[in-house]
Design a protein around this ligand. Sequence first.
Ligand SMILES: Nc1ncnc2c1ncn2[C@@H]1O[C@H](COP(=O)(O)OP(=O)(O)OP(=O)(O)O)[C@@H](O)[C@H]1O
Ligand code: NI
Length: 358
Amino acid sequence: MASSQHPSSIADREPMLRVENLQTAFFTDKEVIRACDGVSFDIKPGETVGVVGESGSGKSVTARSIMGLIKSPGRILDGSIQFKGEELTTKSEKEYRQIRGGDIAMVFQDPLTSLNPVYSVGNQIKEALRLHQGLTGTEATKEAINLLEAVGIPDAGRRVREYPHEFSGGMRQRAVIAMALACDPELLICDEPTTALDVTIQAQILELLDELQEERDLAIMFITHDMGVIAEIADRVNVMYAGEIVESAPVVELFENPRHPYTRGLLRSIPGNNPDADRLVTIEGDVPTPNEPATYCRFAPRCPEAFDSCDKVHPVPVAVNDDSEDHAAACLLYPEDVSQSEAIDVHRNAATESEDEL
Ligand SMILES: Nc1ncnc2c1ncn2[C@@H]1O[C@H](COP(=O)(O)OP(=O)(O)OP(=O)(O)O)[C@@H](O)[C@H]1O
Ligand code: NI
């Protein structure tokens, strides 16, 4: 799925999903957790957008916000989510049910959360086919077998009658993907679908997604904390930290020229990427809970390059330099082709403008 394998035309397409300034918060007894704090990005048809970041950075909340799955004490406070030009944040639960599993489907880390143990795998796929494509009877059975074959389940004609517990972990996740495909979605959101699987099976599932994307022109949002998986699957990458996208770039550009100190840290922590280290290098410290408005850089306490202003000015995503429209970083070191004080002003002014809007 690396961009080199794709027709260059993806870049010229209109976005299918447009997320703008998404703010999703959880109101707990103790604090307000700003799990998504001003998240903006696009996904184009046929494109795979990887979302990467440590645990607690807001990846799943971003996905659940798009799927209309944020439940109390959580709420979308502000921002817009547009799918093919339609605003999703104002949809009712009933309207959202049509969208979920219709135009947009989601695959979770644990396949058992999507499978019902008391129905055969085939019956669950057939139910999705009935709901979303109006297929019933032998027609539905035939299509269910086709889908199981399409996701690489051998002996599909027999296995269609089996129950989830009769499938291995990898086969279950394939079955869940088949169920997602039964809805013929245009956007597939995958939240760490391979994390629980061993590496060989993981590689097979990634390859499967790649093939399905090519056949069906699927747009994919792929969440992982694994930079290796990102390298394998993404066309574009959003790096998240404490509720914000701190860097966004095409995958090759991100790996060759990471700009945000957090991204650099993540890349150094890939085994084998740091020949000097005799152990896995990780970034010292933890992701802070984003429980207050961002009036500073949330990464500053862990950042090897932090300076005075990082505690006082909130960095917003800016083009890293004049030549690169497609590569943004939310860090006071950018844009890199102006003086440091000018760069800081860019961020300070952007922050004041957004305050004026509120
Ligand atoms: N139901 C909830 N109630 C309270 N806080 C929540 C809830 N769901 C998520 N959060 C908080 O929102 C923040 C973002 O969580 P999220 O699950 O999106 O992280 P993530 O990037 O997906 O992490 P992981 O890699 O562990 O899956 C965290 O601080 C988390 O504690
Ligand atoms: Ni998550």
